[in-house]
Design a protein around this ligand. Structure first.
Ligand code: NPW
Ligand code: ADP
Ligand code: K
Length: 502
């Protein structure tokens, strides 16, 4: 397991509410105290990030989300930052802690820094303000936005000042990442006690702006039901190449890849793996393609099988391939550019039926899996599967439209078949055998060009060969690409080439 810090746990709304309730009822920290800590913490972050603010519009509902906003107002007026507070559901019926905070706030305002509006209609739009606080709805959202909430969201999204969402952008579904009628487009989201899973699914990434996790005193023991985590470079430590005494001590990888017309995939994967500092990379190839690899891959050891006329793998190559792969301890990458001929499909399935190596199954090897159910019964499965959306749909035998559905299906698939799965897309989802899932949070569209899957597969299998766990290998490979992408974008305007990620 990858040990994510609690700041990178991703919760559903129900999990968040359960943890709130247990902290209040079983641990004995009152909701009012939690609200104070949440609001204080967000207010300090706001002061830090935007030291020059002068007047905020606070859009408030009637639940505890509004209470957090009122605490923020209380701290900010102490710094001479005026507040216009709009209660979209009026001032009657505020939740108890929110009501209490409203009463408190008024006591902090001897100089009339606060204006209060008890409906949307009452609020006519202020002449001058320089930020908006979205304290309308948090985890209590239960349907598409109603009436005035829609109007307020639309209005806020049209203003040219920063919008700070409290806990979650109003209108974003905390679990699905879907838009519930309308949604706030935040510049910054201050989220309390735990990030919400929906920030990283579907429409979430386009609406949260920068997410800041604000700690609340929730005991970590209450968080153990969490099985979804955000991967980023802040906690996944980077692989450092190290020197072994002998080349075979420093990681050995066997790549079984390539066929006529698709040798590029094998070349990219091999170069990508080699760049991670392995001791030896062996490319097993049909003999007819050897000259291509001799020309393109000087550092890679080629292991041709079959006849000079062979340009794709078939069952006839199995004994030789098994013998080659059996020579040294190491990992296997199976798939890039294998092609989809029937004899190659049979080769893949038969190879996997007697394979006890840690193996990354990519591209056309995934096609082969989708052609035959046999693999589901194989016992030795130290596998990482790396399907793109089309490959995933074939494996699952269903179309997967929504990210939330993809997350659940990939999680179940990995647990059921005892494999690690990296479902490519936005977000990338890594699911482990024990039901944990890890999500990426960056724009993966730059990788949607033929070849970047081969580079990714090369990296994953390199880390696997270096003896990292399957989930670490996937996470590190993804982040390796992210780092290279950001470095590239710093200095270039053109789209990156897949080779830029090698
Ligand atoms: N508990 C704690 O200790 C802590 C909680 N914290 C904070 O509390 C937040 C959760 O608070 P919450 O549960 O009060 O829910 P919240 O989102 O404010 O609103 C619920 C109200 O919204 C309404 N409503 C629902 N859907 C709607 C719609 N579509 N359109 C319009 N209205 C809609 C619904 O109205 P009703 O259906 O009852 O008429 C209900 O009254 C959480 O996100 C965090 O910010 C933190 O301070 C940390 C400590
Ligand atoms: N470093 C990375 N971070 C996130 N996603 C990545 C990365 N590298 C590749 N991907 C994912 O892999 C996809 C490319 O894989 P794939 O479609 O299999 O390509 P190929 O044509 O090379 O086989 C990208 O669209 C992206 O979703
Ligand atoms: K909100």
């Amino acid at each position: 397991m990858l040990n994510a810090p609690v700041s990178h746990y991703l919760f559903t709304a129900a999990q968040s509410r359960d943890i709130d309730e247990q902290t209040i009822n079983e641990i004995g920290i009152e909701g009012f105290t939690l609200m104070e800590i949440a609001g204080y913490s967000a207010s300090q972050q706001i002061l830090n990030i935007y030291p020059e603010l002068s007047h905020g519009i606070y859009l408030c509902g009637k639940g505890n989300n509004a209470g957090d906003a009122l605490v923020i107002a209380r701290y900010l007026i102490q710094h001479d930052i005026n507040a216009s507070i709009v209660f979209l559901s009026g001032m009657d019926g505020l939740s108890p802690d929110t009501h209490k905070n409203f009463e408190l706030l008024k006591k902090f305002d001897p100089e009339n820094k606060i204006s209060i509006y008890d409906s949307w209609d009452d609020f006519s739009g202020q002449a001058s303000f320089d930020f908006i606080i979205d304290g309308m709805l948090g985890t209590g959202l239960d349907s598409n936005l109603r009436g005035d909430y829609q109007k307020a969201v639309q209005w806020a999204n049209q203003q040219s000042v920063p919008v700070f969402s409290i806990d979650i952008p109003t209108g974003l579904h905390a679990d699905l990442g879907e838009i519930m009628g309308k949604v706030i487009k935040a510049d910054h989201t201050f989220t309390f006690g735990g990030r919400k899973q929906g920030f990283y699914l579907q429409d979430g990434p386009l609406h949260t702006g920068q997410v800041t996790y604000c700690e609340l005193p929730f005991p970590n023991e209450l968080k153990t039901s969490c099985n979804t985590f955000l991967i980023d470079e802040s906690w996944v430590s980077e692989h450092q190449s190290s020197l072994g005494v002998h080349k075979y001590d420093t990681g050995v990888l066997y790549i079984i890849a390539g066929s006529e017309g698709l040798t590029g995939a094998a070349v990219m994967a091999a170069k990508s793996a080699w760049a991670e500092g392995l001791g030896a990379v062996f490319l097993v190839c049909p003999r007819g393609l050897l000259s291509v690899y001799e020309h393109n891959l000087p550092s890679i050891i080629k292991k041709p099988v079959g006849e000079q006329s062979d340009t794709c793998f078939s069952e006839a190559h199995l004994p030789d391939v098994r013998q080659i792969v059996g020579e040294k301890q190491g990992a296997v990458l199976l798939g890039p550019g294998l092609g989809r001929k029937e004899e190659t499909v049979r080769f893949v399935i038969d190879f996997l039926s007697q394979n006890n190596r840690k193996t990354v199954i990519d591209a056309d090897a995934l096609w082969a899996l989708a052609q035959s159910q046999k693999w589901k019964e194989f016992e030795e499965k130290q596998w990482i599967l790396t399907p793109h959306p089309g490959e995933l749909a074939r494996l699952l035998e269903q179309d997967v439209k929504k990210d939330y559905q993809r997350l659940n299906l990939v999680r179940n698939f990995s647990a059921e078949h005892n494999v690690t799965t990296l479902s490519k897309g936005m977000p990338g989802i890594v699911s482990t055998k024990n039901g944990d899932s890890y999500l990426t949070n960056y724009d993966t569209r730059y990788f949607a060009r033929a070849g970047s899957g081969d580079v990714l597969a090369g990296k994953i299998s390199a880390y696997l060969a270096l003896d990292y766990s399957p989930e670490y290998s996937c996470a590190q490979a993804l982040l390796n690409g992210k780092k290279k992408l950001f470095t590239y974008l710093d200095t270039n305007r053109d789209l990156p080439e897949p080779t830029d990620f090698i």
